[in-house]
Design a protein around this ligand. Sequence first.
Ligand code: ATP
Ligand code: MG
Length: 445
Amino acid sequence: MTMSETPTSQALPKAAVYTKLNAVKGMNDVLPAESARWEWLEGAVRELMSRYAYRNIRTPIVEPTALFVRGLGEVTDIVEKEMYSFEDRLNGEALTLRPESTAGVVRAVVEHNLLYDGGKRLYYMGPMFRHERPQRGRYRQFHQIGAEVLGFSGPEVDAEVILLAHDLWQAIGLTDVRLELNSLGQPPERLAHRAALIVHFEKHAESLDEDAKRRLYTNPLRILDSKNPAMQTVVEAAPQLLDFLGPESLQHFNALRSILDANGVAYTLNPRLVRGMDYYNLTVFEFITDRLGAQGTVCGGGRYDYLIEQVGGKPAPAVGWALGVERVLALLHEQGQAMPDASPDAYAVITQEQSLPMVLKALRALRALGVKVQMHAGTGESLGSMKSQFKKADSSGAQFALIFGPDEIAAKAVTVKSLRDGSGAQRLESLDQMDHWAHSLQSNP
Ligand code: ATP
Ligand code: MG
């Protein structure tokens, strides 16, 4: 049915029907000019994940709100002010668009009893949602790629996930990131540190902002994560968690550090690194760049040995990280990395409408042999002259034009013309012998 046949469209004033609709603020379209880089990055991730024997998991984008409140912690930026939460209109269920994926992965692992036969190494990719102030590197829908290893408690697994991230930077050519490392210890150590923190911040109550005052007795560790420049002095002078670690936590941390050292992975200790969620213990880390302004953290993670239990599972340790796809891509762009080539190998120039059935069949046969072929589209008036078709062939980026003219069709053949080497060389190829010459069209077989 066309617009004019729609009864309601005639009843409505024109302006109401044709109002332009835009994407939600802070949520971006990834257009083809850019999506080539996304697909390339995702491909590099899949390849590396399979070399490390990590397997893909895909969980829903909507989860029960309680999962995040319980999992991430009630007194966190995400749960307090960033979640897209809503009530299901049909049954009143409290739901939330996932702001991160660790909680959902843990829920799935528990729900499907995935740890029954030992630990699991998993990875995911996908959109996350946080109601933040949109700015460069900070969006309301953004994308993460994450790795989660569940069921192993040793420092060698902390090392493995960090090495995996490090190898990913190498695989994609990301150079300007540095690794910051800290240990949050275990709950009793954090409790002792918490008491010392409260004493410290009480002494400097006058320099605390609203958020910090509110969190002083509920979650003082969060104050260390404050981005308020006015509070940096009092935050810097705060007692350090590292000084409260017992021998076991220190041993775990030191074992991790020796593995990183042996692998030539440089890092700096940052005793103030606490991360945004409450679920972390022992190792926490971030990969940071100075080239993206305030949104400099490209990847963050750590150990979360108590989350599985909090989500209702049998207690089991875990460690993981998540990277921000937009930030990684922005950094690659900043480094001047060229866009991967998404052009076709060949562009089919078609001179007469009646040959279309045969041409489309020939093009499919070429594609089945691995050639990337773009068909010239148009019939009647819009078929276009040879000249205009060649213009389109040129702007498609194709290396070759495939000319299907009357002589070619009669001879069950195609003229292959070189578009880029300046020679303009052309040759006649038989459609019956396609498997002999198709590969010569491929630039990236
Ligand atoms: P930040 O401190 O920048 O707010 P975060 O600690 O909230 O980051 P995590 O929850 O650890 O971030 O998420 C892991 C990664 O996801 C971040 O390091 C970042 O690269 C990316 N990320 C987080 N929030 C956003 C966002 N709103 N827009 C784009 N990327 C984001
Ligand atoms: Mg944040």
